[in-house]
Ligand binder design. Structure first.
Ligand SMILES: Nc1ncnc2c1ncn2[C@@H]1O[C@H](COP(=O)(O)OP(=O)(O)OP(=O)(O)O)[C@@H](O)[C@H]1O
Ligand SMILES: [Mg+2]
Length: 293
């Protein structure tokens, strides 16, 4: 048994694509069948609202003949697990891409420690869904996981369109978000800022990039809400921000100001300890002003 499919994370993985394939695909790729840890690409089954913003980067593989292959675990977490996925058309080197698959858990083992603070002011439209969520039934937990996946997908889409350095969101399907893999073509993931050993000059440059990211968020009225050196990846000298499902509207969320302030303090504490000049209060004031204009 493939261990990837043996973990609790796998319970949120929809197995149906493994045994169903579109009829025309079967005709065109009659000699190809998904093997262990593979499924047909889930792209053709997505609706336009589940697909990332246009124009799509050229590397996105949209062929119905592509296979998704599990390449390993990038990180397991409390609320979600992130896997490395290869989406490729067999025997076509031009149509091969690595993706990060973030799968939100819908099991009882998951604790959404950050739920309520962030969701204040966000309504659940359907009353049956709202009741299920309130009761935290199995159905409710599935909805919660799907809602967080969709929230992350939407936040990534929005920030991508504002040219913020986020991974391109390829698609969302149920509890799974597929996004650009930040790392090397051999599958080595980009390190988190927290793991980086750099000199002060380089850290000063990274700090400038982080502030620029925060400015883009603030100008759109948002703060990340969980910003830390663990949710910032460094690749090719460029800082990229991830983990956005709890993105916070600074003004309409009752905790908006507190969360903006916390993001500033978390960032500045880390850089200050590394002797990079950083004033959390000045940064907070600047971003707050930017969010009002
Ligand atoms: N697009 C990506 N490319 C490369 N690595 C990624 C990507 N997305 C996530 N990761 C890796 O997976 C880890 C967890 O991702 P993320 O922070 O989004 O999930 P999480 O469930 O909130 O995890 P945590 O609780 O640790 O913050 C990241 O720290 C990073 O190492
Ligand atoms: Mg994270």
């Amino acid at each position: 048994m493939n261990p990837l499919f043996d973990s609790s994370a796998a319970s949120s993985f929809d197995p149906s694509p493994f045994d169903s394939s579109p009829f025309d695909v079967e005709l065109a790729f009659a000699d190809v069948e998904p093997g262990d840890g593979q499924r047909w690409s889930t792209w053709p089954a997505t609706t336009p609202s589940q697909r990332g913003p246009e124009p799509r980067p050229a590397w996105v593989v949209t062929s119905a003949g592509a296979l998704d292959t599990e390449r390993g675990v990038l990180k397991t977490g409390k609320e979600a697990d992130v896997f490395l996925l290869e989406r490729a058309v067999p025997d076509d080197a031009a149509q091969r891409t690595l993706l990060a698959a973030k799968r939100f858990r819908s099991t009882e083992h998951r604790t959404f420690h950050r739920s309520s603070v962030y969701t204040e002011g966000r309504g659940v439209q359907n009353t049956r869904d709202a009741r299920a969520l309130a009761k935290k039934s199995g159905f409710g937990r599935d909805i919660a996981a799907g809602a967080w996946a969709f929230a992350e997908f939407q936040a990534l889409s929005r920030m991508w369109q504002l040219d913020a350095p986020v991974p391109y969101p390829v698609q969302v399907s149920g509890t799974e978000v597929l996004m650009e893999f930040i790392g090397d073509p051999d599958g080595t993931a980009a390190p988190r800022l927290a793991q980086i050993r750099s000199d002060r000059a380089e850290l000063t440059e990274f700090y400038a990039q982080v502030v620029e990211i925060m400015r883009v968020f603030a100008a759109a009225g948002f703060t990340h809400g969980d910003l830390s050196p663990y949710n910032l990846l460094v690749h090719d000298g460029r800082v990229r921000v991830i983990d956005l499902p709890q993105i916070v509207d600074i003004i309409s969320n009752p905790q908006g100001l507190d969360l903006l302030h916390r993001d500033c303090v978390n960032v500045c504490d880390w850089f200050t300890r590394r002797r990079v000049e950083c004033d959390a209060e000045a940064l907070f004031a600047e971003l707050l002003a930017a969010s009002y204009t």
